[in-house]
Design a binder for this molecule. Sequence first.
Ligand SMILES: [Fe+2]
Length: 277
Amino acid sequence: MIKRKQIGPVTQFLMGRVIDGSLIRAMACYYVDGLLIDSGTVHVSCELADAFSALPIHTLVNTHHHEDHIGNNSWFQKHCKLGPALAHPLAVPIIEKTSPLIQPLAEYRLRTWGDPPASSAQAIGQEIITENYRFKVLETPGHTPDHISLLESERGWLFAGDLYFGEKVIEIHRDEDPDLMLNSLMKLLRYDFEYLFCSSGKVLPGNARRAIVAKIAFWEEQRELVRYLYQQGLAAEEIRDRLYGPESSLYQKCEEELGKIHLVRAFLKGYTKDGQL
Ligand SMILES: [Fe+2]
């Protein structure tokens, strides 16, 4: 299913598979002024012609290499005659499937978002210029090492991919780095913006910086609590249970890739009981 929504000149395409009547684990691509930010999950490829036929797309950017962000690159390249997708240099060999480090996707990821076909990609520069807008490319690692965000300063738009997600996030992926995400969030605060466009479909209008400040404060507080309890002698699983309770059903459904324990372990990575990193 693809749902279209207009937010000023920006068009959001929320997409994903429908199971038992519900759109599951949807992601959002954004279109503005000839620029398409992410190409979505391959499971919706048969709906793309209808959804995008009226739009002149000139440039495709991938915020990072995850399968729900690059799944339709090759479709857009073929049907809209686009050149290589623009992405962080680390993402290029993954998008092109030439990296020897690519691991097979877990079963739940194949089921939810599908295996993206290889597509051509090239390293993005420092900015993207469309007919009416200028987007600054910001490196914002943490969700993945190759994550980027796009900032249109004049309009106050920030397209932040999967970096923000929500304020009180206590479940993260096994390979996410919350310390790096905190650095990236703090980096965003060096810039002026009002609107935050997230790949989760969330759009925060007006003073979106406040949401980012709140997320930073929440995670910094959690990091302190996790480390304090560790110094008191609790193991990672005990800290999780004390602060957040047991894992949700998502943990098993996601083959243990997404869980509370990963946030606790990440905050303890390299941290010793005497408080040294
Ligand atoms: Fe992602």
